[in-house]
Write a protein that binds this ligand. Structure first.
Ligand code: NIG
Ligand code: FE
Length: 421
């Protein structure tokens, strides 16, 4: 008998995604829709780790519960792994609803940024905000994420754009992570934009990142990954290579915002530099598709941003999947280009706008998202040995999670074997 301190029985569909903990790499092509579903399934955990998975009618003969165990019944509902949001900017000082209003009146994201709004608005607010207040704001974002079924999220800096303010923002992320049930995986994004005071001196800002900001973040162990906005009007190829080469030598994993607003041939560079993910990719080229298909770099699709900014183009996601690109789905949660914490909404948008299937978006929001964070050995599927992170949905079929949108279907959220919602 296996001893457990957590058990859930009678999941109408226990959507394991995969039952093997060590899959060789991120899911591609047909593997993207392979879900490993146990009808009337059950799962048991001990000390936050999954110890048994199987049909409910076999739970009694395999699992024995400790005296203080959580013994729960899904009542026929769908159970999936906790959702993983592999791309977010969750700590910001103020919302940007005025820009939302301007876009509704016909202005584009780039026009608003060129007029001094956009990321720079968030930077000014961030610099003026105290650490305690940022932590309080970040916790509210984390609350909403967890309530909507996200048990792990990546968390980027990028609204400080100075040594002091980037450190403050990453400290806020670290504190939220320490105080909250959710796991936040920190990513440095000092290369999100050029701060206003470096107008006409962009190379000097690149030097500041390379010589001061990245080493200071590495010394304090404040981030696992380094990200950069490589696109027209932001960081160019040479600057991107300089910053990411330095980041890699300091031990950061690499992430890229690329080909979001134009085709800068960024996907191929991300693959070439061994990035763990290349994100956005609305304008990805044929060369970029081939490079990603041939690499372990995960393509993180952010359909909510394409929707929220009403971008004029959709990435060729079906072609990417057929070519063998490993695809994940995330929110891009941020006050400028997609103001939502909802992974189920991102999954809905990936189905509607990018024509992914409900199964593909579920793998994209769990196991492939775990690969995009370098954590596929511990989260992303309901396999023995992984963290007991799961969601009970008010649904009888997993397809309903992406299909029934604009409402909250997450009934119960379990994080590390404990009730988070
Ligand atoms: O992912 N592309 C760059 N950064 C964000 C937007 C951030 C903002 O506007 O505040 C994005 O879309
Ligand atoms: Fe982003």
């Amino acid at each position: 008998m296996i001893e457990a301190d957590f058990q859930i029985v009678h999941a109408g569909q226990l959507v394991c995604i995969g039952t093997e903990r060590n899959e060789p790499g991120p899911r591609r092509r047909g593997e993207l829709s392979s879900l490993a579903i146990i009808p009337d399934g059950a799962l048991a955990a001990r000390d936050g780790k999954i110890v048994w998975v199987g049909p409910t009618d076999q739970a009694g003969s395999n699992v024995t519960l400790t005296a203080d165990a959580i013994d729960s019944n899904a009542g026929g509902r769908v159970v999936t792994p906790g959702l993983i949001d592999a791309h977010t900017h969750p700590v910001f000082a103020a919302p940007r609803h005025l820009e939302f209003e301007m876009r509704a009146a016909g202005k584009s994201y780039q026009e608003i940024a060129a007029a001094g709004g956009g990321i720079r608005t968030s930077v000014a607010a961030m610099r003026a905000n105290g650490l305690g207040d940022l932590i309080a704001k970040g916790r509210r974002v984390a609350d909403r994420m967890l309530a909507l079924g996200t048990t792990t999220a990546e968390a980027k800096s990028g609204y400080g754009l100075s040594l002091e303010a980037e450190i403050k923002l990453l400290e806020a992320i670290r504190e939220v992570n320490a105080l909250h049930t959710i796991d936040w995986v920190p990513t440095a994004l000092a290369a999100h934009d050029f701060p206003a005071e470096y107008q006409g001196r962009h190379e000097e800002y690149v030097t500041l990142i390379v010589e001061e900001i990245l080493p200071a973040i590495a010394d304090r162990r404040l981030a696992e990954f380094n990200d950069i906005f490589f696109d027209t009007g932001v960081f160019d190829r040479a600057q991107t290579e300089r910053i990411q080469t330095r980041a890699r030598s300091l031990g950061f994993g690499l992430k890229f915002h690329v080909d979001e607003l134009s085709d800068v041939d960024g996907a191929a560079l991300a693959a070439e530099m061994g990035a763990v993910s290349a994100d956005h990719l609305v304008f990805i080229s044929q060369k970029g598709i081939a490079a990603l298909a041939d690499s372990p770099t995960v393509a993180v699709m952010l359909p909510g941003t394409a929707y929220f900014l009403d971008l004029p183009r959709r990435p060729p996601v079906r072609q990417m999947i057929e070519a063998g690109v490993a695809v994940a789905v995330a929110t891009d949660c941020n006050p400028g280009s997609n103001m939502t914490e909802s992974m189920p909404l991102a999954m809905n948008q990936a189905c509607v706008l990018y024509k992914m299937s409900p199964a593909e978006v579920l793998v994209g929001g769990t196991l492939n998202a775990a690969w995009a964070l370098g954590r596929a050995q511990s989260i992303g599927s309901l396999a023995i040995g992984k963290q007991c992170d799961l969601v009970v949905w008010d649904a009888r079929d997993y397809r309903e999670i992406a299909y029934h949108y604009g409402v909250d279907l997450a009934v119960t959220v379990i994080k590390n074997g404990k009730v988070g919602k």
